[in-house]
Design a binder for this molecule. Sequence first.
Ligand SMILES: Cc1cc2nc3c(=O)[nH]c(=O)nc-3n(C[C@H](O)[C@H](O)[C@H](O)COP(=O)(O)OP(=O)(O)OC[C@H]3O[C@@H](n4cnc5c(N)ncnc54)[C@H](O)[C@@H]3O)c2cc1C
Length: 396
Amino acid sequence: MNADAIIIGAGACGLMCAVQAGYLGKKVIVLEKNEKPGAKILISGGGRCNYTNQYASPEQFISANPHFLKSSFTQWTVDDTISFFETYGIQGKEKTLGQLFPDEKNARDVVQVFTSVCEDFGQEIRCNADVKDIEILPDGFRVTYEKNGKKIVLKSEKLVMATGGLPIPKMGATDFALRFARKHDLKIVETAPALVPLTITGKDEEWFAQLSGNSVFCEVSNNEIAFEENILFTHWGLSGPAILQISTFWRRGEVVNINLLPHHDIVAVLDEERKINGKTLLSTLLNRFYTKKFTDALGKFLPLIKPVAALTNAELQLIKQTIHEFKVKPAGDKGYDKAEVMRGGIDTNEISSKTMECKKIPGLFFGGECLDVTGWLGGYNFQWAWASGFVIAQNI
Ligand SMILES: Cc1cc2nc3c(=O)[nH]c(=O)nc-3n(C[C@H](O)[C@H](O)[C@H](O)COP(=O)(O)OP(=O)(O)OC[C@H]3O[C@@H](n4cnc5c(N)ncnc54)[C@H](O)[C@@H]3O)c2cc1C
């Protein structure tokens, strides 16, 4: 075969790897089981693709080895991502919190950059190519894939595993990399859905369900970390950016703390109002911060129709707890069908952080989401996929 490497997976990591290999004059063949490349890029950021984050650094990633991605992030920086896309006509526009989206373009344009540059370099992307088996040979790899019911075998000296994580199986996600790892005794850090909505069942279910469609700006925290963004109520529980963020750090059985009014002290606000107009009803005051629907729902816990001047100390304490220390015990999460990423993955101790080559299997490289590197919500996961793809391209 006339290629320097086979890349399995035409997702973010595999596509960046193919393009970067092209710059270096290396020829690759990309095998993709879907009909088209870049399925997850296409649905990312609601079809707009939050392709990086201006503030991306190792701190916004979770991994058993937090130092692992430092080398990749030095070799391929956020500025590199920004200039790469600018070269192909995609300017970044910040939406919020450093999240960059293509300005006046969308996820389709992002995928188009990769497919057209691959074409320019003669990098072949074979779609509908479902890789079934990898055999390790003394001088490389024998890769067997199925296309239109036929088995096809390719051989190459170098192999790149860029098969992604488990979320959204209907979009092509497979456990191919994890199965390979188990078969070859590569350690795996336990996997779980991450950046995923959380479900509420039991006696609280109805209270949350009545608010379905409402969102509130909150600080959501657990013992490890806190995020300030919106939470969204749904008929089955909680979603929205702040919930997706905390979900990565949440473990079954744990309580999530929600401050429903960050940047304010509700007791101080009430004290002030008592001085100005003690007759103001608690509901009227809360309506300044929340929708009427949300204030009404708080009536389950609070004496809404009491004038603020008449509130007892015990009631003030209750208001403080409800507003600033609201506690939720999710029943579970919405699973891989709704998760944006996978937590855990192939243990990074199995991989060289400088080259992304597997220590036990020379010539084999892993990148992107199949490894135990999970970013926060906000463009961080793509930055990791691009960076690892770049590093692999330098070393195949
Ligand atoms: C709904 C949603 C929205 C998201 N939005 C964002 C966002 O805006 N910003 C951000 O940073 N991240 C976002 N993410 C996360 C981001 O999409 C992933 O982190 C990123 O795509 C991982 O890149 P990857 O190359 O490792 O894997 P993928 O992009 O998943 O690519 C892996 C590819 O391998 C193929 N494959 C798997 N097994 C085989 C096999 N056996 N044979 C052949 N091919 C195979 C798959 O079909 C897939 O195309 C989002 C994820 C989801 C689900």
